[in-house]
Design a protein. Structure first.
Lengths: 242, 332
């Protein structure tokens, strides 16, 4: 009985030590991220984990907005294609007394800025060379998109090869440079009789390319009818190959 | 075997005790928002020393020793008064935060504190603090903060740089005003209320209709006090209570709608008050602040209205009944 009690106390005490050690490790990790210039981060301590996460998310969005505004061409940014914070920002949480601390962070490189007419820029320098490919965290292209049999084959193949908006950026830029494409961000106010629509998720993954012919929307092969409501919540670009 | 177990128990329990004590050495690091290296280093050093002293005093259960810390007189007296009423420690050995510029002063927010339980609570209570610095990097105030969500909600309504700056200033005063109750800082409260301040306190009373049916309803009746009466009552309350705890939630800042009242702001907060004698209340506190003279900020109106209209706490006071700046005309 006495031995069991001692073992019980030992177990409890050991758990306390391990828990404190874990907390210390998490705190050290959080501080490392805060010190790094590669990340934007936010934290909140609230009564429940959900409240803490919601507030940290709100603070992180504010942080991202401030960061965008402080950039050289911040005022020209038309859209910030945020990786969905729920899926791309890493979260850490830990206890502060009876409250819960949530810490969210996102890599600056994973924030996609869209300037003006469809020019996709991934960071301030617009160099594109130091970017971590989004493909590392993306899922494969979900829809089957076949090659179209016409003169725009080569250009279209290149676009089909892009799995993410990061991949797409240099392809669009190169085709635009060669005068082989016209494109822009798409919304319901834009009237185009014939074009392609490229849908992408908030995570920056390209979901599908749809052929638009007046009011008909088909897959890229032109065989299967597509319902646009399938892309609810996605961002979209229109493009015309020349 | 028995001896080994005994020693192991002692060793592990000792380790566990050590980990729940406040870690004495605290290092504060400013990672963003301040680009003058000398100033940054000065602020980091003085804040680190202060937080380290707070943790040492907490562990030793002694008074704070703030001599030669380079704090302003206001910061020393405020902290000493706060410490008399409540003990706390910094929860992290490394605090990494950004610096905010407020006018020509600085703030480091989200300093994580754990407060020694007051009243019937058994758990340490989490509270964040803000350290205020003057333009030279000297610590001028150590305040408990409004919660981050409350602060954020007020700040995001500021659209222009001037508005953002004014809102920061207002919240800074609100934080000091709130902490003044924890510190029992009667001098600050005497100074912040204008001499002709209007102080109104509401209480819920049950009113019986005289239509013979005997239906009763709850109504708020108001009692008016002048500054001297209010301060006298406050002094009595401070003297008879070991501690007073004031929490501010749902802060709303509104500019006075009358263009003639430029510089006047109404601040409405949901105040949760409790003291060591077991009294507690929950109500809307409305303060009409006068920021025309930034060196002599004043409160002209303070009203308190109960949050709940019934004993069962099912019926909150109607939003339209809560005082707003437009309800008060000040002779300028």
């Amino acid at each position: 009985m006495k031995k069991s009690f001692i073992l019980f106390i030992l177990g409890i005490s050991f758990a306390c030590v391990i828990n404190a050690q874990n907390n210390d490790d998490t705190k050290a990790q959080i501080n490392k991220i805060k010190r790094s210039t590669q990340y934007l981060s936010a934290e909140a301590t609230m009564a429940t984990e959900e409240e803490a996460l919601n507030l940290a998310r709100e603070l992180l969005v504010a942080e991202i907005n401030d960061w965008v505004a402080s950039k050289r061409k911040g005022a020209e940014v038309k859209q910030v294609v945020l990786q969905d914070i729920n899926s791309c920002a890493q979260q850490m949480d830990m206890k502060r007394g009876v409250k819960t601390r949530a810490f969210l962070y996102v890599k600056k490189k994973d924030i996609v800025l869209i300037y003006g007419e469809g020019q996709i820029v991934l960071n301030n320098e617009e160099s594109g060379v130091d970017l971590q490919p989004l493909s590392e965290i993306s899922t494969p292209l979900q829809n089957d998109v076949a090659v179209v049999e016409n003169a725009e084959d080569t250009s279209f193949k290149k676009i089909l090869g892009a799995k993410t908006m990061t991949d797409l950026k240099p392809i669009f830029a190169s085709l635009k440079n060669d005068g082989k494409i016209k494109y822009g961000s798409y919304n319901s106010d834009i009237v185009l009789e014939e074009c392609y629509l490229l849908f992408y998720t908030r995570e920056g993954n390209i979901k599908s390319i749809v052929r638009k012919n007046r009011d008909n929307y088909t897959d890229a092969k032109g065989k299967k009818t597509i319902n646009l409501s399938d892309f609810s919540g996605c961002g979209a670009y229109w493009f015309i190959l020349q | 075997m028995r001896n080994l177990l005994r020693w192991l128990t002692v060793a592990v329990c000792f380790s566990a005790i050590v980990t729940v004590n406040a870690q004495e050495g605290v290092k504060l690091e400013i990672v963003d928002g301040l680009y003058n290296d000398a100033l940054k280093t000065k602020m980091e050093r003085s804040a680190s020393r202060l937080l380290t002293e707070i943790n040492a005093a907490y562990n030793d259960n002694r008074a704070l020793n703030l001599v030669n810390m380079g704090l302003s007189d206001g910061a020393v007296s405020g902290l000493a008064a706060l410490w008399e009423n409540v003990h706390f420690y910094c929860d992290d050995s490394e605090v990494v935060q950004s610096c905010l510029t407020v006018g020509n002063t600085y703030q480091v927010r989200q300093i994580p504190l754990m407060i020694k339980p007051q009243g019937e609570s058994l758990d340490d209570e989490y509270q964040e603090a803000v350290i205020n610095f003057d333009a030279t990097g000297k610590i001028t105030r150590f305040n408990f903060t409004l919660s981050t969500n409350v602060y954020q909600n007020v700040m995001k309504k500021g659209k222009t740089v001037t508005e953002v700056s004014r809102r920061q200033q207002i919240l800074s005063y609100v934080e000091q005003f709130r902490t003044a109750y924890n510190e029992k800082d009667i001098v600050f409260l005497e100074n912040i209320f204008s001499e002709d301040a209007l102080i109104i306190t509401g209480t819920v009373t049950k009113v019986r209709k005289t239509d013979g049916v005997g239906i009763s309803y709850n109504k708020v009746t108001y009692k008016k006090q002048n500054k001297q009466q209010y301060i006298a009552n406050l002094k009595r309350s401070f003297a008879s209570n070991k501690w007073i705890n004031v929490l501010f939630e749902d802060v709303k800042v509104v500019k006075h709608p009358n263009p003639m009242m430029e510089g006047f702001y109404g601040v409405t907060v949901r105040q949760k008050y409790s003291n060591s004698r077991g009294y507690s209340d929950d109500g809307y506190l409305f303060l009409l602040w006068d920021f025309r003279d930034k060196d002599n900020v004043q409160i002209h109106v303070r009203t308190w209205q109960p949050y709940w209209m019934d004993d069962n706490k099912t019926q909150p006071i109607a939003k339209e009944d809560v005082f707003t700046p437009g309800d008060f005309v000040i002779d300028l």
